[in-house]
Design a protein around this ligand. Structure first.
Ligand SMILES: [Zn+2]
Length: 275
């Protein structure tokens, strides 16, 4: 029995959680004015593509951040090799964590994947910190820069000071190695600061039940802790459920067992009219 349990644990020891972020090249086009542009397809000189990506398995040490970019590509627009790297990681993951990745990073990657002849990677659950921020908090800004500045102490989203603003993209496209070095640090910091932010925000989010990915008999919190204390009850129209609070991160968990007796549940069949 013990052997069997150990075997199961090694099979399902928790989800593979991948944090990632991509940087893309701008569309370069002929334009006739600086504002109110309506660029026709035949005005495009070169289309956008992926310039770099950074990724990290949740909980790995900071020096294990993975990164690929187009600095040594023969043709900077051909991002196939780069895409293969992130495709393999996405295909391996059970859960991905991004900032704004639901509307940007994954869709941009999917567009490049299909244009470059890739099949879809395996399906994943997706936690997007920008969506958590919008749903739960009324922050001044839901941008990574604002949230990591206010909440994180170790890693905050970096500003690219050497090549400020759009200059970093222009210089990378021009093959400036110093700009590529700054892009690498900037992109890696996006992932490191995202991981720190995720740990702060996750007790507030219940979108994914991490417990499903464990074979352990103990209930496991999304923070990895198995220690909880009882914290009152949650009531529905026909039930009473024990609430538990994680001792480590404060996330709430609820028992599925209804504490009301059969008789009590029967008595609840008669409701009060809504006024
Ligand atoms: Zn926890």
């Amino acid at each position: 029995m013990a052997k069997q349990k150990k075997k199961n644990q090694s099979k399902l020891a928790g989800p593979r959680v991948l944090l990632f972020d991509i940087e893309t090249a701008p569309i370069i086009a002929h334009v006739w004015s600086l504002w109110e542009n309506n660029v026709a397809l035949n005005q495009i000189v070169s289309d956008w593509h992926v310039l770099s990506w950074s990724a990290k398995w949740l909980g790995d040490p900071p020096d294990k951040v993975m990164y690929m970019d187009q600095r040594n590509a023969k043709n900077i627009e051909d991002d196939k090799k780069l895409l293969q790297g992130i495709w393999d990681l996405l295909n391996e993951a059970d859960v991905v964590i991004t900032q704004n990745g639901k509307s940007f990073d994954t869709k941009k990657l999917n567009a490049r994947f299909v244009l470059q002849g890739f099949q879809p990677p395996g399906s994943v659950k997706h936690i997007d910190t920008k969506i958590i921020a919008g749903k739960v908090f009324g922050f001044t800004s839901n941008k990574l820069e604002y949230m990591t500045d206010k909440l994180c102490t170790k890693y905050k989203k970096l500003k690219h000071k050497k090549f400020p603003g759009h200059e970093m993209w222009t210089q990378c496209l021009a093959g400036n190695l110093e700009a590529w070095k700054e892009m690498e640090i900037y992109n890696k910091y996006d992932v490191l600061s995202l991981e720190e932010l995720y740990h702060i925000l996750i007790p507030w989010d219940n979108s994914i039940n991490f417990n499903l990915y464990h074979d352990e008999e103990d209930h496991v919190c999304k923070c990895g802790s198995t220690e909880f204390h009882k914290n009152g009850f949650y009531y529905t129209s026909s039930g009473k459920f024990q609430k538990h609070k994680c001792k480590q991160c404060g996330a709430e968990h609820r028992d599925k067992q209804n504490l009301f007796s059969k008789e009590k549940r029967a008595s609840l069949k008669m409701g009060t009219p809504k006024s």
